[in-house]
Design a protein around this ligand. Structure first.
Ligand code: SF4
Ligand code: SF4
Length: 382
């Protein structure tokens, strides 16, 4: 069956419209695609090549793996080396370098680290290994947080107490506020499709209302991304700023109420550190007091936690802002640099031997530039 979202004629029509509207703009516009999946689609379908020179696409902090600070990786690695601990994680996190290697290296050295597809698999391990402490690395945005909530709910129902979360869950809108208020020139956001399917449109309204910043929720097919870009350009051309949705087949303006209720039942907002953006108020989620039993770091009576906290103190000179060494992921995640600006790109840093999270993660910007290098795609350098 023909995929209308890849129909060359429709794509051509929208592209022409984009060129027409851009002519009415007297400046270069910089649009940020927040989500890593958008970044990959943009490369995969050669979308940059279709756009006028005056439209720049900037990749944003839309991959939870990439924005997770190195401190979290260090904690996970230290934990994995404790006796009777099983670390469970999504695969992307395995190769992210911490200060003392990666989880993959820890596993090769004998640590018990399991890759899984859902926190519910982690719960299954906890059920099957009652003598072990099973720790789920809770990294993810609004799309994955309801699954963590579900695992806690299930653990509570079954009375499973050896299941804990090392929590680094983050929510996206406060990061957009941080980007909008920092010294980064942006003219609009291509808003993430999956996150928006959960939260709907309302949490983005501040962008338009407080900052006059247009934002359009877009899907991941080429026609959808181009439509998203067109809608932002039309707003800029007409001097409007609104939050629009061109991904109605998946995202409704109210979002997924049940998923949001699940999140709110178990978690409460807290500040959270983002690689590249620093500490952002109300951008993280911590477990509510009544569910603290499942929050690993509050279990100070556990030997594994005590040991990790002591070792983390020894690493206390570490700051996630400047511990990336030759890696400039932080600048890339905020659109200040592109991977080609990084002296390590495609030299010492490749997906096989990554120096930073942006090259590890399937959704990372450096991985996208690496994968599609030499295959078209106009790279904007400021
Ligand atoms: S790489 Fe993609 S799927 Fe994996 S954590 Fe990042 S955004 Fe999610
Ligand atoms: S190319 Fe590698 S070292 Fe450079 S910013 Fe990207 S991940 Fe970091």
């Amino acid at each position: 069956m023909k995929n209308r979202y890849r129909d060359p004629l429709l794509i051509q029509k929208v592209t022409q419209k984009i060129h027409q509207v851009t002519e009415s703009l007297d400046r270069t516009v910089r649009l940020m695609e927040v989500c890593g999946t958008h970044t990959h689609s943009i490369f995969h379908f050669g979308i940059r090549d279709l756009l006028p020179e005056k439209v720049e696409l900037i990749s944003g902090p839309g991959c939870p793996v990439c924005v997770t600070p190195m401190e979290f990786i260090d904690q996970a690695i230290l934990l994995s080396r404790q006796p009777d601990v099983i670390i469970t994680t999504f695969g992307d996190l395995m190769r992210v370098p911490g200060k003392r290697g990666s989880l993959l290296q820890a596993k090769a050295e004998g640590a018990d680290v399991e890759i899984l597809y859902s926190p519910l698999d982690s719960l299954k391990l906890a059920r099957e290994n009652p003598e072990k402490l099973v720790v789920f690395l809770g990294v993810g945005f609004e799309t994955t947080i309801p699954l963590s909530a579900l695992a806690i709910q299930q653990a509570e129902v079954e009375g499973i107490r050896n299941f804990k979360i090392l929590n680094a869950h983050k929510i996206v809108p406060p990061a957009l506020r941080a980007l909008t208020t920092q010294d980064i020139r942006l003219d609009g956001f291509i808003l993430p499709g999956h996150v928006s399917a959960i939260i709907g449109l309302k949490p983005y309204h501040f962008l338009a209302e407080e900052f006059g910043m247009p934002g359009v929720v877009a899907g991941f097919e080429p026609l959808e991304i181009l439509l998203g870009i067109l809608k932002i350009l039309e707003q800029l051309s007409e001097g409007r700023a609104e939050i629009e949705n061109v991904y109605r087949r998946v995202v409704c303006s109210e979002g997924n109420r049940r998923a949001v209720e699940m999140i709110n039942k178990y978690f409460v907002l807290t500040e959270s550190e983002w690689r590249g953006l620093g500490m952002i108020p109300d951008s993280g989620l911590m477990l509510k007091d009544e569910w603290k039993d499942f929050d690993l770091l509050t279990q100070e009576n556990l030997d594994a936690v005590k040991a990790v906290q002591e070792e983390m103190e020894q690493l206390s000179e570490y700051s996630s802002q400047n511990m990336d060494g030759p890696c400039i992921c932080g600048l890339i995640l905020t659109g200040r640099k592109i991977p080609l600006d990084c002296p390590s790109f495609d030299k010492v840093c490749t997906p096989e031997s990554p120096l930073g999270a942006c090259m590890v993660s399937a959704e990372g910007t450096c991985a996208a530039y690496y994968r599609y290098r030499g295959r078209g795609g106009r790279f904007h350098v400021r």
